[in-house]
Design a protein around this ligand. Structure first.
Ligand SMILES: Nc1ccn([C@@H]2O[C@H](COP(=O)(O)OP(=O)(O)OP(=O)(O)O)[C@@H](O)[C@H]2O)c(=O)n1
Ligand SMILES: C[C@](O)(CO)[C@H](O)COP(=O)(O)O
Length: 376
């Protein structure tokens, strides 16, 4: 069973007020569109993601790997139709059609829609109306309405692909959503429970609500690491991935880069996956003299495999000499490169220990590091 997600993102977001269209605006540290795409990238049963954008946005948007992009139309229905036509070249069995403006979609809602499509050609999430309903005009209540049997429709709305494509091809005019188009073609649509978190960002104040929801949903991990290496003979030390000239070297099984070792341990710690010695045992001869970027890359890859993004890292080197300041910018750039994150999220600093203790006596160098991992 091949399942595609079609995310419509070609609207102008006029009701959200001045500024960029809402899909491009920042929300809890990422753009709205990034949160919405991440929902479907993390959905185990979704094989393919098609995104419809305004033509001018296609020129500037660099889609993440695996995301297909096509141009949307003048209305939501037109954008969906274009997305369906783009998918039709290699048709999936099922399609889940979702508003980019619903970035807080819980995975459970996706699962419920897919499950309902086993027995129904269409299925969509909705919540029963729980407030009283009024008619109003000029600021006055002019009537009341029975709320029994009324629902608030959400997305993703899921369909058997061939059926919804045929429904869109024969539908004339606009529609509020794809359920309306499917029903006009005679398709039965099952209602599955939606979720209050699955709001559609429509007005400016909805951003604050979405931020609160995402903040509550996020898995935020903090890890810390500590490492020490003793000085020995040599003419340089490896610190945070940079060779720093010195009148001694650091002793160790690998290249003895205390900074990268502490940072690797911080990431392993945040994942609760032990430490560097567990993944690269010192008893194993293959790691003798190893360059420590291998360890750091391994830790970062484990984080990514578990769906975490590295939000920031911070490393402090503790030594009297060599002086770290002249090399800090190069260390920051090298660590950012190894981790694949922006240098603005990487901090390297140094302190002496006021000539106290083993670092003060210049017997070795110590490093402490922290890493913050975030999973939406
Ligand atoms: N021509 C359009 C219009 C809307 N949409 C998408 O349809 C979804 C729901 O629409 P809505 O919330 O109304 O978004 P906008 O049309 O962008 O907002 P507004 O009506 O305030 O301008 C959004 O994901 C929007 O990007 C689209 O793909 N193409
Ligand atoms: C598709 C939808 O999100 C279902 O609730 C809704 O119909 C979109 O409505 P809008 O008028 O485009 O905001």
């Amino acid at each position: 069973m091949k399942i595609a997600a079609l995310i419509v993102a070609a609207g102008r977001g006029t009701r959200a007020g001045p500024g960029a269209p809402k899909q491009w605006r920042a929300l809890a540290g990422r753009r709205v569109i990034d949160w919405t795409l991440a929902r479907f990238q993390a959905a185990p049963r979704v094989d393919r993601i098609m995104l419809t954008l305004r033509p001018d946005d296609i020129a500037t948007f660099a889609p993440p790997p695996g995301i297909e992009v096509t141009a949307g139309g003048a209305s939501r229905a037109a954008s969906v139709r274009r997305g369906l036509e783009a998918l039709a070249a290699d048709p999936p069995d099922l399609v889940l059609i979702h508003d980019v403006a619903r970035p807080c979609l819980p995975q459970a809602v996706i699962d419920r829609v897919i499950a309902a499509l086993d027995t129904s050609p269409g299925a969509a999430p909705a919540l029963p109306v729980t407030d009283a309903l009024w008619h109003g005009a000029d600021g006055q209540v002019t009537g009341t309405r029975d709320r029994a049997g009324l629902y608030r429709a959400q997305t993703p709305q899921g369909f058997h692909f061939a059926a919804i494509l045929a429904a869109h091809r024969t539908h004339a005019g606009d529609a509020a959503d794809d359920v309306e188009i499917a029903r006009a073609a005679g398709l039965e649509i099952a209602i599955v429970p939606g979720h209050e978190d699955n709001l559609k960002i429509t007005h400016a104040e909805d951003f604050a609500r979405a931020e609160r929801i995402l903040g509550g949903q996020m898995d935020i991990r903090l890890g810390h690491g500590y490492d020490v290496h003793r000085f020995g003979p040599g003419d340089h030390v490896m610190l945070c991935g940079v060779a720093v000239p010195h009148d001694r070297g650091l002793k160790g099984h690998s290249d003895a880069d205390v900074g990268l070792h502490a940072l690797s341990d911080a990431i392993y710690g945040a994942l609760a996956m032990g430490d560097i010695g567990r993944h690269f045992p010192p008893s194993d001869p293959q790691w003798k003299g190893a360059e420590s970027h291998v360890f750091l890359r391994h830790a970062a890859d484990l984080a990514h495999k578990q769906g975490f993004t590295l939000s920031n890292v911070d490393c402090t080197l503790i030594c009297e000499r060599p002086k770290v300041g002249p090399h800090a910018a190069a260390m920051q750039a090298r660590m950012a490169d190894i981790l694949g994150i922006d240098a603005a999220r990487v901090s390297v600093k140094a302190t002496t220990s006021e000539r106290l203790g083993f670092t003060g006596r210049e017997e070795g160098i110590a490093a402490i590091a922290t890493a913050t991992l975030v999973k939406p």
